[in-house]
Design a protein around this ligand. Structure first.
Ligand SMILES: Cc1cc2nc3c(=O)[nH]c(=O)nc-3n(C[C@H](O)[C@H](O)[C@H](O)COP(=O)(O)O)c2cc1C
Length: 233
């Protein structure tokens, strides 16, 4: 794995001077993408496991990913269209059955220990070839869905596809959002307490910064939430 020391280069507390305002309509899709991945950081990484209707496993990382809400328990990730405008394999597989998919997927959190394999799983293999085998991660069929999860991941969510929104069908880089309803969660003993507070040190999740830069979650601090409500006079 390539590792770049960026701490010194970026410096802390660099001052921003004159403000710029860009009309995003004047930017190409690629430049908008660069802007987004550099500014919206750090992003958690979902390692998404799917299965095709013909039974082939697929695995790929997605950092346009987040939780949506807990009632119902929803999460989302965004597989953009490929450069030829076609949907990525993950999206094809996660579509509801009436749209040609299997209607499910798993989200496996990228732990520091498996980051090289996670990044390698982004390689585009031919449809039907499994990234699990190619990168050396172990697929385990879900208990509630048929999509595979990653045994080596620190926590995994089994999801039923709840909704898919396609915003620019056929366009290269076109945006899509997949919303999944979590139906089962897998994690090792000791990762969470009885109220499901997760131990961040054990999770040891990584985030994606811009391009090929990643960060750990090892530098943490606590901050009290001050009350801004005034005492009644
Ligand atoms: C860390 C990381 C995060 C990524 N995040 C995204 C993302 O949010 N959306 C996206 O479309 N591609 C993302 N990619 C690229 C996909 O993983 C890549 O296109 C992959 O080949 C898609 O696999 P599939 O065709 O099997 O679905 C990311 C790649 C890496 C290494």
């Amino acid at each position: 794995m390539r590792c770049i020391a960026v701490e010194a280069a970026t410096g802390s507390g660099a001052r921003l001077s004159a403000s710029q305002c860009i009309d995003v309509e004047t930017l190409s899709q690629r430049i908008r993408y660069n802007l987004m991945i550099g500014a919206i950081v750090p992003r958690p990484i979902a390692v998404v496991g799917t299965i095709s209707p013909t039974g082939f496993h697929n695995l790929a990382p997605f950092s346009f990913f987040n939780g949506v809400g807990s009632e119902p328990m929803l999460l989302s990730f965004c597989p953009a269209n490929r450069v030829d405008g076609l949907p990525k394999d993950t999206l094809r597989n996660a579509l509801p059955p009436e749209e040609g998919g299997t209607g499910c997927f798993t989200v496996n959190i990228a732990g520091h220990r498996i980051l090289p394999q996670v990044v390698a799983s982004a390689d585009e293999l031919d449809f039907g070839m499994s990234e699990f085998a190619a990168v050396g991660l172990t697929p385990i069929t879900g208990t509630r869905v048929i999509a595979p999860r990653v045994r080596e991941a620190p926590i995994a969510f089994e999801c039923v596809t709840h909704a898919v929104h396609r915003f620019a069908e056929g366009k290269p880089g076109g945006a899509n959002i997949v919303i999944g309803r979590v139906v089962a969660v897998h994690y090792p003993e000791g990762l969470a307490d009885s109220r499901m507070h997760i131990d961040p040190a054990r999770l040891d999740a990584v985030g994606r910064m811009g391009a090929d830069i990643y960060c750990t979650t090892r530098d943490r601090f606590a901050l009290d939430r001050p009350s801004v409500t005034r005492e009644p006079s």
